[in-house]
Design a binder for this molecule. Structure first.
Ligand code: ASP
Ligand code: MG
Length: 413
């Protein structure tokens, strides 16, 4: 059995849904098809959550209406029995009529998860109508998580049992990416862009033969075409290279996707839904690692340097205090470096989290920081690749390991 994953961009309009159906018909008979919310629906539903929690009634109404109209426009261009979609909108209306009572992250998951419910209801109705035997499966009934809302941690043993029972190769299974459920029946989500991870969970738990992520790019490229004119398609990648690239911020695959597949030796293909006959990238147990250098750019980075007031060394005591503060603030460290009495880190400059973190850190350390920076990671670097990315940049910090260099720079522009 194969697992296919289609992201939001692949189903952003009626043509996208038709294209998905073509691909499934040609290559995915009996596949498990994991689908994300259509287009930018997740962002739109995040706005609904904010308007609801702040009880901005007029704003809330217009935002819900926008989500509804968007889906209706798509359905109008397709054929199928879409009654379940209407029921989902009714459910949303009823939920929003009650005043918010649960904590923000829990409310978020109850509302935002509906994007994937809507998209899969539309896709399943359309596929059925075109004559493909289709089974719509509710991922909330299969993926069991703890109650860490917005970042649900999977209960693998419960999830494996449920998936093994539910997935049978007599029809195309259509299910939602990104969502799960706690033991007491509250919906959770697995973290933004988490649908790739869902595909990996389904594959792992049903011992699938492969996973294919269908994207609007030809496969995994050695750089984001947004930043680079000449990109190269990486035809084969080891699991290790894939996980390293995803970890450093290559957005083509969600970083959590690789481990469940590597653990069972299930290959992952990244292919183009625009050119479904093209090969794309294959990720698996290959002997040889990459030879092409890969470039990953992250903007809006902040370099924070900490100096203990009392000149104590940056050793176990100080480090555990520092990591504790970062974990508590929910700020992830993209790079770190220390000297005897200073510790520097680079983080995403998240305005909801970083200012509070800085306040906390100032209790124990003299803190200095630089905002508006870029973090460039090159895997399989050489001097000429470094020189190339440093054109017109001021280098603030550099860190090299055998295969990877990270450069913290300011754009001189
Ligand atoms: N719809 C969710 C998001 O946009 C999950 C996904 O697309 O993978 O974050
Ligand atoms: Mg999405």
């Amino acid at each position: 059995m194969k697992v296919f994953k289609f992201g939001g961009a692949s189903v952003k309009d009626a043509a996208g849904v038709r294209n998905l159906a073509e691909i499934v018909r040609a290559q995915g008979q009996n596949a498990v098809v994991v689908v994300s919310a259509m287009g930018k629906t997740t962002n739109a539903l995040e706005d609904v959550v904010r308007a609801y929690v702040n009880q901005q009634t007029a704003d809330l109404q217009s935002r819900v209406q926008a989500v509804r109209t968007y889906h209706q426009t798509i359905m109008e261009e397709l054929t199928g029995d879409f009654t379940l979609v209407e029921q989902t909108f009714d459910h949303l209306d009823n939920y929003l009529k009650q005043p918010p009572s649960a904590p923000f992250d829990e409310v978020y998951d109850q509302i935002v998860s509906l994007g994937e419910i809507l998209s899969t209801q539309i896709v399943a109705a359309y596929l059925t109508q075109t004559g493909v035997p289709t089974r719509w499966v509710d991922a909330r009934q299969l993926i069991r998580t703890d109650s860490t809302f917005r970042e649900g941690q999977v209960d693998w043993s419960e999830t494996s049992q449920r998936i093994a029972k539910a997935v049978t190769p007599d029809a195309v299974t259509i299910t939602q990416g990104f969502i799960g459920q706690t033991a007491d029946g509250r919906t959770t989500t697995l973290g933004r862009e988490g649908s790739d991870y869902t595909a990996a969970i389904f594959a792992h738990c049903s011992d699938a033969e492969s996973v294919t992520i269908w994207k609007d790019v030809p496969g995994v490229l050695n750089a984001d075409p947004k930043w680079f004119d000449e990109t190269v398609l990486l035809q084969k990648l080891t699991y290790q290279d894939a996980i390293e690239l995803a970890y450093y911020g290559a957005t083509v695959i969600h970083p959590k996707t690789i481990k469940p597949l590597q653990n069972k030796g299930i290959p992952l293909y990244v292919r183009s839904f625009i050119q479904p006959e093209a090969q794309g990238t294959a990720i698996g147990n290959y002997e040889q690692h990459l030879t092409t250098p890969s470039f990953i750019f992250k903007v809006n980075q902040m370099l924070i340097s900490l100096h203990p007031y009392d000149f104590s060394f940056i050793a176990e005591d100080n480090l555990s205090r520092i990591f504790g503060r970062f974990a508590q603030a929910g700020v992830k460290i993209n790079l770190m470096q220390n000297t005897a009495i200073s510790f520097s880190v680079v983080v995403d400059d998240n305005p909801d989290r970083v200012p509070t973190l800085l306040e906390q850190l100032k209790k124990d350390f003299r803190v200095s920081y630089n905002a508006g920076l870029e973090l460039i990671t090159i895997r399989y670097y050489n001097q000429s690749t470094i020189d190339r990315v440093l054109v017109n940049k001021n280098l603030l910090l550099e860190q090299k390991s055998r295969y990877t260099v990270q450069l913290v720079v300011r754009d001189l522009g």
